[in-house]
Design a protein around this ligand. Structure first.
Ligand code: PEP
Ligand code: MG
Length: 570
């Protein structure tokens, strides 16, 4: 069976199948005010108990919690404590006369859907947190609170529909060597946690995973996404040898942390990471990242009732700047809108959200929001090497308008006698085909480009990046996409500006030589992908990568290109 390999490693062990109790809406309506107030009270108590339960997990000494685990628990407390969640449920109890269980299930389902429909993969993955919180409160509503920790035998492989953040925290993961889930993507929680704990994982296996029973012997390959059920001895031996190789290779990669990322013929390449806040930085430096190629600022604007103030934003960016210790950090201005809604902003529902009122388009329209963010970044720029990046640029007028507003922000700070970085570098994301084609024009306006292949791919190929039915068409190796990327890099060179890439393609080992050969100078990716990409770069010369690139650019189809690159990787 095959899924998506999201946490590399090979594990061979026994299956432990986790079945989640399904909850259904009962549709029993409340009859009077007495019932309404008793259901409201029951819900409020369940919320308090859920918070207390998470607090007790946080302080349970038997569980060895990582910083990431604590961060997840804290996020969950934040989500549960959000007055909006309480208000929505209470509104359904008192307004729609729903009982507390039904009200909570409906509100949770709506929130999960909202998050699942978000543009940003990180945000989409937060749906698992919401579902997890909903289940936790529900458990307290039902009065069935099971023990915290689950123990396993050595070499256990967890098989589940999905793995919730709190599952991974309360599981004693010492003996778990693999996760396989029916649902999920590269950025789902199971994947993030598995990577951070060094557990191999395959997600998105679909219904076929239901074939696995407790105690089945499983081979799980977190690199290729392959899973074997009750394999014969020959296959087990083959995979044991592969596992040995993988372990040796990982040790070697870990040792690369402090090795400079330079090709064998002396070309220095910058490897940076995509993050959402200061808490992600430890992981970046542990993996040998040299800075941040993309700080997504949307998280700062979500899970709240109003826009964050300039002061609040300043503290957020300052923390990142200080903890980055003078390493370059590219701060992207807000990329909201379309399907990435902020409840308090009241954006209209649109026919084509990806083509709609979003990102820089909102910022140029609502200069009040934009100026506040720019002032906060400019001020934080005194504490580290922060750069500003505008998303979703489609033409030169937008760049000029954004720069004018930046000048206005600087003027205001000057008048207020507040220190800021006057010479802050300004760049744009190249993620719309018109921007990629007119890179020569745009290059004259900015200090750097960062290629956003996630959106560039969807707009070039007319393939909605969220639609599961057409994922096979979402293809960064399409010659059309490659020509655009190549043009952007070439024009960057001609105009002497830095060109990086912060789309997922930058962390795909299959694309590394090609992008290196095109002349890409900065690869920004999830922190855990850095060592493997570094290994490829330092084992090749720029001239050999240029040869690879030249051959590929003459090929006529993505399948030929992918086969050629796969053969090379072998
Ligand atoms: C991109 O579009 O490639 C990108 C990095 O931005 P996001 O995934 O946040 O749209
Ligand atoms: Mg984008």
């Amino acid at each position: 069976m095959k899924g998506i390999g999201v946490s590399p490693g090979i594990s061979i062990g026994k299956a432990f199948v986790i079945k989640k109790d399904k909850t259904f809406v009962t549709s029993v309506l409340l009859k009077n005010d007495l019932e309404i107030s008793s259901e409201s009270e029951r819900f409020n108590l369940a919320v308090d108990l859920a918070i207390a339960e998470i607090e007790s997990i946080k302080t349970n000494r038997e569980l060895i919690l990582t910083e990431e685990d604590i961060a997840i628990l804290e996020t969950q407390i934040e989500f549960i404590s959000d007055p909006q969640l309480k208000e929505d449920v209470i509104e359904k109890i008192s307004g729609d006369k729903k009982n507390a269980n039904d009200a909570l299930i409906e509100v949770t389902a709506n929130l999960v859907e909202l998050f699942l429909n978000m543009d940003d993969a990180y945000m989409r993955a937060r749906a698992a947190d919401i579902q997890d919180i909903g289940s936790r409160i529900l458990k307290h509503l039902n009065g069935s609170v099971k023990s915290d920790t689950q123990q396993f035998e050595p070499d256990t492989i967890i098989i589940a529909e999905d793995i919730a953040p709190s599952d991974t925290i309360t599981m004693d993961t010492r003996y778990i060597t693999g996760f396989a889930t029916q649902m999920g993507s590269k950025t789902s929680h199971a994947a993030i946690i598995a990577r951070s704990k060094g557990i191999s994982a395959v997600v998105g296996c679909g219904d076929s995973l239901k074939l696995i029973k407790d105690g089945d012997v499983i081979i799980l390959d977190g690199i290729s996404g392959q899973i074997y059920i009750n394999p014969d001895q020959q296959l087990i031996d083959e995979y044991r040898a592969k596992r040995e190789d993988f372990i040796k290779q990982s040790e070697k990669l870990k040792a690369l942390r402090d090795v400079p990322c330079v090709t064998t013929d002396g070309e220095s390449i910058m490897l940076t990471a995509n993050i959402s806040g200061a808490d992600d930085l430890a992981d970046v430096f542990e993996n040998g990242g040299e800075g941040v190629g993309l700080l997504r600022t949307e998280l700062l604007f979500m899970n709240r009732d109003t826009f964050p103030s300039e002061e609040e934003q300043f503290e957020f960016y300052k923390k990142v700047a200080l903890q980055s210790k003078d390493k370059s950090v590219i701060v992207r201005t807000i990329d909201i809108g379309g399907d990435k809604q902020l409840s308090y902003f009241g954006l209209p529902i649109e026919q084509n959200p990806f083509l709609g009122y979003r990102a820089i388009r909102i910022c140029l329209d609502r200069t009040d929001i934009f100026i506040t963010q720019l002032k906060a970044i400019l001020r934080a720029g005194v504490f580290g090497d922060l750069k500003i990046m505008f998303p979703m640029i489609s033409n030169v007028e937008e760049v000029r308008a954004a720069k004018n507003i930046l000048a206005e922000a600087k003027k205001e700070l000057q008048e207020e006698h507040i220190p800021f970085n006057v010479d802050i570098k300004v760049g744009i994301m190249i993620e719309i085909p018109s921007a990629a084609i007119t890179a020569d024009i745009l290059a004259k306006e900015v200090d750097f480009f960062s290629i956003g292949t996630n959106d560039l791919c969807q707009y070039t190929l007319a393939v909605d990046r969220m639609n599961e039915k057409i994922t096979h068409l979402y293809d960064p190796f399409n010659p059309g996409v490659l020509r655009l990327i190549s043009n952007v890099i070439e024009e960057g060179y001609k105009h002497n500006i830095h060109v990086g890439m912060c789309g997922e393609m930058a962390g795909d080992p299959l694309a590394t030589l090609l992008l290196l050969g095109m002349g890409l100078k900065e690869f920004s990716m999830s922190a855990s992908a850095i060592p493997a990409i570094k290994n490829i770069i330092i084992s090749h010369s720029l001239s050999s990568a240029q040869e690879v690139c030249k051959k590929i650019m003459e090929m006529d189809s993505s399948s030929t290109i992918i086969t050629y690159l796969q053969d090379l990787a072998q």
